[in-house]
Design a protein. Sequence first.
Length: 357
Amino acid sequence: MKNIALFCLFIVAFATFAVGGVQAAETVVSSDLGSLLGLGASAGTGMVFLMGNLARLDSEESIFFSRELEHVKAKSYDVEYPELKARKLIPVSNEAGPGAESITYEQYDQVGTAKLLASYAEDLPRADVKGKEFTSPVRGAGDSYGYSIQEIRTAKMAGKPLSQRRADAAKRALMELDNRIAFFGDSKSGLKGFFNHPNVPVFTIAADGTGATTTWSTKTAALILRDLNDFTNSVVEGTNGIEIPDSLLLPLVSYNKIKNLAFGDNADRTVLKYFLENNEYVKSVEWVNELATAGAGSTRRMVTYARNPDKLTLEIPQDFEQFEPELTGLRYEVACHMRLGGVIFYKPLSAAYADGI
């Protein structure tokens, strides 16, 4: 009978806890449970409290954690990373939406010619467009951060905020992945990158530096300026003037070289300044650290392109997001997530690469 009563009492305790929580369960069964076990009423109270205290925060701790977590999340959304330049240099598109598994786009080409006609002619030439369809995959990316129950209770007791560093580290890890995929893609997942896209042509730099080399460290200011103009002109000439680049990206060392190298007798007029003042196409020259080894054989690569969403986009169907915390053991975990589609070059001939500078 004692065993049956004990079993029934446990059932009542769990049912009461599910409805009313720890205090209700204590009120109903604490003294009876201790008496049945021959341990006294106080022991019964402790055992029921233990059943209801499995990795749970009390109401004040829960309010503190919710308030602090919202503050941490909000601050992590606001953090920017100026050295991660992909989103600044490539037009960003979120149009595909978070549910997209792939992005399909089309490239069109006009065909046909017109001609002069005789009166009442019926042999009109046909003009049309031909299109090719391409599909680019979308991949999910994620990480997490969290706080133990003891950390939350300690922070509340001390009146201190929860550490922001973990949330910032989780966001930065995802943004670094985003930046890396934007520049170099991911061959395993089929995502294409900006600096190594297979359809962008590669321009050959003249090997007329000291020792028949292409590197700018062996060339005069006049030869470097010639390289810059020939490189950007290659896009215009290669497309019969249809594509016009407006931007030039360089490795940091190469950028500093032309920024400080005087052109002609005027020491204040550098190669960079002269190029921007006299090249009718390029209006912006910037440096990017990742170009230092982006070329063939890990050489320095420069890139010219039209910074225009009609030419290329960085696809981010779902930007950085954070979910509600989930209790795992004695720790609350906050999952972070993004969906990335890499770089789509709608007009790959609007850009060009050149290596070995």
